[in-house]
Design a protein around this ligand. Structure first.
Ligand SMILES: *Cc1c(COP(=O)(O)O)cnc(C)c1O
Length: 377
């Protein structure tokens, strides 16, 4: 069987975890490895502040708190995304306004955002699907015009670029995921990136249960106390140590994923040219991190058949999001603005193929061969 996903493991994770236990003697939050990870993001991606969190879901919750979301505020997001993208805002009382996606990238259609804006709108959440950037220039322009926050859900976009700039650093806040299914993993974990320095102090407070404990540890106040609302969003050092081993190897992990991605892309050229399937599209301003390789087939029925065929040939492939606006909670907490032309239709056509760090290139050639074979009939 060829697995769909195997969490990344580089080899030095154990050594660093043992170091955290034995040498550093810090396994609670914000120890040396957490600081190393934060600095790695700040330096590599050129952002004012990065803070590791317990998940991307929690990074999004922090963003929602930092945007001061209140009951009745509206938040614009695609419906083709993971629940956490919007749940974080619903928790603060927001109403979600879903906007259709572009069929080429599966990202929010930037040209439909303006129509969804009302006097209650507070935030736009671009989700960089498959690590391919949304049209950020346009989105930032709209946000500026209407004075809205932009929270990037860059869970899948670590190491991807838009016009040479790292995803997660373009909007006011960027959220990363280090879940086991993402390019870099710490088991469960994430990070929030903060563009404007003015928000750093409050972010630290929210992350530390609403206290100014971070300031206390830096010796800036002589005791810490409860100063704001907050929760516990900082991960254990053990998880940070695990992640840091992978960040050190980020370039080679990235290259390996892109190599796999390209084998799929080239091997499926023929089927694409004959318009039997569609491959992912990368706009010229976007640099990919090889997070995901998907194909789109004719319809839902064809997809179900193909997934079964691949399974019978020892290959695990999977579909992805069921649009949120058609779910029970989505109907309760959101509304779809405009017409769902592509969200449902395109989501039903999409199949994700195995792609993970270290995936054997012969396996990819075999998968490509089998897919070609399937459509030969
Ligand atoms: C994985 C993912 C999340 C959630 O990440 P966690 O770290 O598991 O909380 C949120 N949004 C998107 C788009 C994701 O792919």
């Amino acid at each position: 069987m060829i697995d769909f996903n195997v969490p990344p493991f580089i080899g030095r994770e154990e050594e660093y975890i043992m170091k955290a236990i034995k040498e550093n003697r810090v396994i609670c939050g914000d120890g040396p490895f957490t600081k190393k990870c934060n600095e790695w993001f700040e330096n590599k991606f050129k952002t004012n502040k990065a803070l590791l969190t317990t998940s991307c879901t929690h990074a999004l919750e922090m963003a929602s708190l930092l945007c001061n979301i209140c009951e009745g505020d509206e938040v614009i997001a695609p419906s083709y995304t993971f629940v956490s993208t919007v749940n974080a805002f619903v928790l603060r009382g927001a109403k979600i306004v879903f906007v259709d996606i572009r069929p080429d990238t599966m990202n929010i259609d930037e040209n439909l955002i303006e129509d969804a804006i009302t006097e209650k709108t507070k935030v736009i959440i671009p989700v960089h699907y498959a690590g391919i950037s949304c049209e950020m220039d346009k989105i930032m322009e709209i946000a500026k015009k209407y004075n809205l926050y932009v929270v990037e859900d860059a869970a899948q976009g670590v190491m991807s670029l838009y016009k040479g700039v790292a995803l997660g650093t373009i909007g006011d806040f960027g959220c990363y995921s280090f879940h086991e299914t993402k390019n870099y993993s710490m088991g469960e974990g994430g990070a929030i990136l903060i563009k404007n320095k003015d928000y750093i102090e409050r972010a630290e407070i929210i992350r530390e249960k609403g206290t100014n404990r971070s300031k206390f540890f830096r010796g800036q106040v002589d005791k810490y106390s409860w100063v704001d609302i907050g929760s516990s969003y900082l991960p254990s050092e053990l998880n940070a140590a695990y992640l840091y081993a992978q960040l050190e190897e980020a370039n080679s992990i990235n290259e390996d994923r892109l190599k796999s991605w390209n084998i799929y892309y080239e091997g499926l050229q023929d089927l694409n040219d004959k318009q039997i399937i569609q491959r992912p599209y990368i706009p010229k301003d976007c640099t990919s991190n090889g997070h995901m390789f998907y194909i789109k087939v004719k319809d839902l029925e064809e997809r179900t058949k193909l997934i079964n065929y691949l399974k019978n040939n020892g290959i695990l492939s999977v579909f992805h999001y069921i649009p949120l606006h058609s779910s029970k909670a989505g109907k309760k907490f959101g509304r779809f603005n405009g017409v769902d032309v592509y969200t449902t239709k395109e989501s039903e056509r999409l199949v994700r193929l195995p792609l993970y760090y270290g995936l054997d290139k012969n396996s990819i050639n075999y998968i490509v061969y089998k897919i070609n074979k399937y459509f030969e009939k």
